[in-house]
Design a protein around this ligand. Structure first.
Ligand SMILES: Nc1nc2c(ncn2[C@@H]2O[C@H](COP(=O)(O)OP(=O)(O)OP(=O)(O)O)[C@@H](O)[C@H]2O)c(=O)[nH]1
Ligand SMILES: [Mg+2]
Length: 357
């Protein structure tokens, strides 16, 4: 048995240390990451994934701790992922989170892990999705992802969530911030935290009013209040998450979300690899540089150049083995003499033969 196969078995056997090691492997894109995911994949898809987002300092970690404890009381095993999409140097903040959430982490039914944000665009999100799957494989029925509301990264991470809980606090101009950051669009449940501070009623009213303006839908996001630091409001928030999960199951929304997620992931993977392969080949032959020069020199436009590169190299990538020996033979034959290679070489489908782009 390979080391990865053994590791996958340990993860499935709910071994926490193996789980931590497995997440490190996928987080850093180490050898074996793909094999690991392939091995555990059949055992994934079982968790309800809750995304918790909101501006810095609104009490997300405190609330996540409270929610995790509440889900534990209800017999669930809970996995928590803390992701900071905005900064690759989030060690300090994450460490703070670890300490704050320690109460939860002493419980063997809770697994807490921070995911560093690094790598090229898309890398982080694949890693987040894979971390969720590892937690599912290890039998966590609820996975909570905490992420700072920081725009694009947050929205991408939220594509893994089935229920998105948006945390807001009074007195931060959140009313306006809320609309700006587009949280009204992503929130399935709104939690007005720090309800011990003034301005709570007003914020709740404003949020309700903004929700009234949205087109009617079968799920009306509830607006709840909490004092997460004291643990109040956590049971109600957990109720709301469970109600939303039941709504998704009953309405077929869960399948819809899964399909969208699969689509987005496949797009990322195919798109990323296709780009890498086309760019590598085109660079190797100088075509990439020539295309860039033509665009920069205004003798051609980016659309034309992109189309040209795709026609030439995507077709070649699609069927490299079938054509390669033929072309090699033709090249050898023509290298020895001034003669044209015998007969036309088969042209790539949709491409323009041997013309150099
Ligand atoms: N007054 C009050 N303070 C709270 C409440 N909940 C959390 N806090 C405090 O708010 C501060 C931030 O809490 P966190 O849970 O770390 O907030 P966060 O949103 O996770 O912060 P980042 O992850 O850094 O964005 C801490 O000092 C908490 O003690 C609350 O209900 N009332
Ligand atoms: Mg936090």
């Amino acid at each position: 048995m390979t080391d990865i196969a053994h590791l996958a078995e340990l993860v499935l056997a709910q071994d926490k240390r193996a789980l931590a090691r497995a997440i490190t492997i996928i987080e850093n894109g180490l050898d074996g990451a793909r094999e690991l995911m392939a091995r555990i994949y059949p055992e994934t898809g079982g968790a309800h994934v809750v995304g918790v987002t909101g501006a810095p300092g609104v009490g997300k970690s405190t609330a996540v701790d409270g929610l995790a404890q509440e889900f534990r009381r209800r017999g669930q095993r809970v996995g928590v992922l803390a992701v900071d999409p905005s900064s690759p140097f989030s060690g300090g903040a994450i460490l703070g989170d670890r300490i704050r959430m320690q109460q939860g982490s002493l419980d063997p039914g809770v697994f807490i892990r921070s995911l560093a944000s690094r790598g090229a665009s898309g890398g982080l999100c694949m890693c987040c999705g894979d971390a969720v799957r590892l937690l599912e494989a290890a039998g966590y029925g609820v996975v909570i992802i905490e992420t700072v509301g920081a725009g694009q990264g947050e929205v991408e991470i939220m594509r893994y969530a089935h229920t998105t809980l948006v945390v807001v606090v009074p007195g931060m101009g959140d009313e306006v911030q809320a609309i700006k950051a587009g949280i009204l669009e992503i929130g399935d449940v709104f939690l007005v935290n720090k309800a011990d501070l003034p301005g709570v009623d007003r914020l709740v009213r404003d949020l309700e009013m903004m929700l009234d303006l949205k087109p009617e839908s079968p799920w009306r996001p509830p607006v709840l209040t909490a004092v997460a630091r004291e643990g109040t409001g956590m049971a109600e928030a957990t109720d709301a998450i469970e109600r939303h999960a039941a709504h998704l199951r009953a309405s077929g929304g869960l399948e819809g979300k899964r399909a969208l997620q699969a689509e987005a992931e496949l797009m990322d993977l195919v798109g990323g690899r296709l780009l890498a392969a086309v760019a590598a080949r085109a660079r190797e032959r100088g075509a990439w540089g020539r295309a860039c020069a033509r665009i920069a020199g205004h003798t051609s436009d980016p659309y034309t150049e992109a189309e040209r590169l795709l026609r030439r190299y995507a077709a070649e990538i699609a069927a490299p083995r079938r054509r390669a020996p033929q072309r090699e033979a033709a090249r050898r034959a023509s290298a020895g003499s001034a003669r044209q290679p015998p007969g036309p070489t088969k042209r790539p489908r949709g491409g323009r033969g041997r013309q150099r782009p």
